[in-house]
Write a protein that binds this ligand. Structure first.
Ligand SMILES: Nc1nc2c(ncn2[C@@H]2O[C@H](COP(=O)(O)OP(=O)(O)OP(=O)(O)O)[C@@H](O)[C@H]2O)c(=O)[nH]1
Ligand SMILES: [Mg+2]
Length: 141
């Protein structure tokens, strides 16, 4: 029996390109097959304030406007995923693959399905602090 102790949660999002390309099932299957647990799931079109807040750490980057345009162009699937304490972020980011698409290994989601860094299918929180902030932002209740 799997222990219910020592878990933590991360925020995952299937971005608009994943929904458009019909890859949501594939992505969720990979999360489930890995042994991580989906706690919450919601399909919605993020408005601009939500997308801007989500990526606020990149507000000073030249691609910020383009990134917000991309995230708001259609529905996304927002997820809360649970896994082993202190490993969940890392496990999910390994499943997702590296940010630079040319470095994303085959076997990872980006490595198998993405051809550009701008449209790279999935977001995953990069640590505890980001996960808490992002879960509160996307699932306030
Ligand atoms: N348009 C554009 N988008 C970029 C560029 N570099 C990164 N991005 C996008 O910005 C997102 C956020 O960048 P990072 O947080 O550094 O990368 P990441 O953590 O692997 O990706 P996320 O999980 O989406 O946060 C990336 O996933 C890309 O979609 C760029 O040069 N141009
Ligand atoms: Mg990031």
């Amino acid at each position: 029996m799997r222990s219910v102790m020592n878990v933590n949660q991360t925020f995952i999002m299937c971005k608009p390109d994943a929904v458009e390309r019909g890859l949501v099932g594939e992505i969720i299957t990979r999360i489930e097959r890995k042994g991580l647990r989906i706690l919450r799931m919601d399909l919605r079109v993020p408005d601009r304030p939500l997308a801007e807040a989500h990526y606020e750490e990149h507000a000073d980057k030249p691609f910020y406007g383009e990134l917000v345009d991309f995230l708001t162009r259609g529905p996304v699937v927002a997820l809360v995923v649970e896994g082993p304490e202190d490993q969940t972020f890392h496990l999910m980011r390994t499943l997702i693959g590296k940010t630079q698409v040319a470095e994303a290994q085959p076997g990872s989601i980006r490595g198998d399905f993405a051809t550009t860094t701008n449209e790279n299918l999935v977001h995953g929180s990069d640590g505890h602090e980001a996960a808490s902030r992002e879960i509160a932002l996307w699932f306030p209740s």
